[in-house]
Design a protein around this ligand. Sequence first.
Ligand SMILES: Nc1ncnc2c1ncn2[C@@H]1O[C@H](COP(=O)(O)OP(=O)(O)O)[C@@H](O)[C@H]1O
Ligand SMILES: [Mg+2]
Length: 239
Amino acid sequence: MFADPTPAEEPAGPPPPVIELRGLGRAFPGTPPVEALRSVDLKVEAREYVSIVGPSGSGKSTLLHILGLLDRPTSGDYLLDGVSTAEATEDQRAALRGGRIGFVFQSFHLLPHRSVLDNVLLATLYSGVPRVERRDRALAALDRVGLSHRLEFMPTVLSGGERQRVAVARAVMTQPHVLLADEPTGNLDSENSAGVLDLFDELHADGLTLVVITHDAAVSRRAERSVRIADGTLTEVVA
Ligand SMILES: Nc1ncnc2c1ncn2[C@@H]1O[C@H](COP(=O)(O)OP(=O)(O)O)[C@@H](O)[C@H]1O
Ligand SMILES: [Mg+2]
């Protein structure tokens, strides 16, 4: 028997997970060394909305820094879109980070003396977005998060919720494959938190892949899937 030849236009199998961790560890030197992550296995498929929930000191930020290619594991491997990052050079990692990953942090990380529009535009410097497209993309992203009426404002005069929405616009305007958020509501009151979580729901409905790291069970429950982290070890939360 002979298999039919595969037509060139036929799509190859299912896409790889956006994120795959294989036996990943991160130890910090010391006496004794700190094993912040221990043999972590995790797959995040395209369009998933996953929360990683755990108490202070459990390894959440260490994990997020590795997922964001801001830090390297000391053992195991991290595949981004099916490609191993273990052997990548710093330049290759920077290119992957700029082109495929969006970040949202607890403390917003906005430039205080630049306008809302500039803060979002600056995100495209290292992302490969063509210069002529930058402004239109930034305006579209700010419209997406409901801040078209704040383009020339400085971040210092915005509410915490508005600042975090600027940070989300900045993160998504490069059309990342995954949005990584570290305690995104940690500095917000309940009303502003609700606004940011509603925005995450909308982005997820639009097809964005999200990984949200939090110590807050209520924030964690907003995701469609939750993973618990304790002492650097992950376990799936069965709903
Ligand atoms: N640069 C570092 N050097 C040594 N230990 C660290 C470093 N970063 C984090 N740790 C330790 O690793 C563990 C996990 O830290 P972290 O990932 O920041 O936890 P979380 O974000 O969940 O609060 C903690 O015990 C912390 O003290
Ligand atoms: Mg942390």
